[in-house]
Design a protein around this ligand. Sequence first.
Ligand code: PGA
Length: 250
Amino acid sequence: MRRKLVAGNWKMHGSRLDNGPLVEAILGAPTHANVECLICPPFVYLAEIARELRGSTVRLGAQNLSAEAQGPYTGEISAAMLRDVGCDYVIVGHSERRTLFGEDDLLVARKFAAAQARGLTPILCVGEQLSEREADRTHEVIARQLDAVLDLTGIASLARAVIAYEPVWAIGTGHTASPAQAQDVHAFIRQRLAHRDAKIAASLQILYGGSVKKGNVRDLFAQSDVDGGLIGGASLKSEEFLSIMAAARG
Ligand code: PGA
């Protein structure tokens, strides 16, 4: 049985003042052997939050990283630095990075590889735009985004990765995918990977992201190929996030 993963993507939110109570609330939540909890704060808060999480089962992740290992790349953060301050995970290819910061499939694949080279588990985000869904191109877009990574790193790399299906039209909009829409794409991803390696596909965690809240999470998590969530807005409110964690516990 796959464990559920509940990941909070704080995006560019938070402050030292606000983070403390949120982290404390998450640390106070009941734990469960089959549920892993992860938070992804902005870079500048990682080291401090890593200290607060020490000794707990809550994991730490970053929201982005450089595709380069080291060097004259002003403003960039490497995988090794993220490991150094206590990260286990890193999000790559979030739709905001793809659309607002011009990250293409190849750059996302290089970031995925850079993360794994330093022992970070990448959370690879894939998802279609509304116009692509309306043109019935969802599977084609997801396949292209997945294949860019597979072509660079191979199917074996998926044994040390997580995928997050995030339909772009559902992110931060309040319009979540229906449980059936999410299940359809999750099953498509798993089947596509199963053609290359059935065992890796069967054990891969595939998260859903896009306007997940306490009110819709149970139906989403009840889908057979939904292994947790990548939670944006609702991860900033402790009561919402704790309810989502509770739903993952079943
Ligand atoms: P949202 O964001 O939950 O606020 O829609 C999800 C994400 O972008 O990871």
